[in-house]
Design a protein around this ligand. Structure first.
Ligand SMILES: C[S@@+](CC[C@H](N)C(=O)[O-])C[C@H]1O[C@@H](n2cnc3c(N)ncnc32)[C@H](O)[C@@H]1O
Length: 285
């Protein structure tokens, strides 16, 4: 997954740099997952900086901490790295502190695909603005926001093609309101409205469209089981097994075969390659 998402993170880091090319010494990585971008941000922020990775998932934060330890993130060339398990929607901004002095406030609030899953995005972005409001180039200018989110589903066949293939085999239950949706920020008007409602200024969305080696660049046969492990059809398979005569395992096998067949036309030199489209969103606190 990290290799698949890397180009989006690097593009967002580039967009996050201020006019003098720096990231600002203090960075918050929201929905940091296993911490790949947190470590990249620490390297980019450099010595004297502090980067805090925040994620709602304790197990992912544990992985991120181990990864940072293994990578020697306390090296003299890098910013100090720390992680916290917290919900961005309910966390008290004053408790988000980083660096040896445990200071509050961040020059940059960053995320690679970690901000589209909030039930209450207004609560989350209000808090995120609060942590950035006290920082920045001068008293008049607060810290910055830079995040990557997916554009609409139609522009992201890397997920819609396997989904459609799975739907040929099992019936998907109707979406419930509030279900986690990676494409929740696909509509630029929604993103602009959310950010201006929560006090962010100078909001800009830059399209970033590329072709990606899906989920690390294996063959169709290797990529289909990874998509299955990510749970693309779990609910549909469980519902199908409960309603019908076929076991969940048998249904899953048929779905995986259908997904692999749908991906095969996109295989080039042994890797499934497909278009993917994100927004790189920037704003000022
Ligand atoms: C698609 S993953 C992206 C992970 C990471 N940024 C990356 O690029 O590898 C989304 C992440 O957002 C986290 N997340 C979802 N809701 C959250 C919340 N309310 N507060 C903090 N993190 C959240 C998830 O646990 C998950 O790690």
């Amino acid at each position: 997954m990290d290799a698949f998402l890397d180009v989006f993170g690097q593009t967002t880091i580039a967009a996050a740099r201020s006019a003098d090319g720096t990231l600002g010494p203090r960075v918050l990585d929201v929905g940091c997952g296993c911490g790949q971008t947190t470590l990249q941000l620490a390297a980019a922020a450099g010595p004297g900086g502090a980067v805090l990775g925040l994620d709602i998932s304790e197990p992912l934060i544990d992985v991120a901490r181990r990864r940072a330890g293994a990578a020697g993130s306390d090296s003299a060339d890098s910013a100090v790295v720390d992680f916290t398990a917290a919900d961005a929607q309910t966390v008290d901004p004053a408790t988000l502190r980083a660096g040896p002095g445990r200071e509050p406030g961040f020059d940059l609030v960053f995320s690679r695909f970690g901000v589209m899953f909030f039930d209450d995005p207004v609560a989350a972005f209000t808090r995120l603005r609060e942590v950035a409001a006290s920082r920045g180039d001068s008293a008049a200018r607060g810290g910055r926001l830079a995040f990557a989110c997916w554009q609409e589903t139609a522009r992201n066949p890397w997920l819609t093609v396997p989904n459609r293939a799975a739907m040929e085999v099992v019936e998907f239950p109707p979406r419930t309101d509030g279900a986690a949706d990676p494409f929740a920020f696909g509509d630029p008007a929604f993103v602009r409205d959310l950010l201006s409602t929560t006090g962010w200024r100078d909001v800009a969305l830059a399209p970033f469209e590329t072709e990606v080696a899906v989920l690390g660049g294996g063959t169709a046969e290797a990529t289909a089981p990874i998509l299955m492990q990510l749970g693309v059809a779990d609910d549909a398979i469980a519902a199908g097994a409960a309603a019908g005569t076929e076991s969940a395992a048998a249904l899953a096998e048929r779905v995986e075969a259908a997904v692999a067949a749908a991906l095969r036309p996109y295989e080039v030199d042994g890797a499934v390659r497909m278009p993917a489209a994100a927004w790189i969103v920037t704003a000022q606190a």
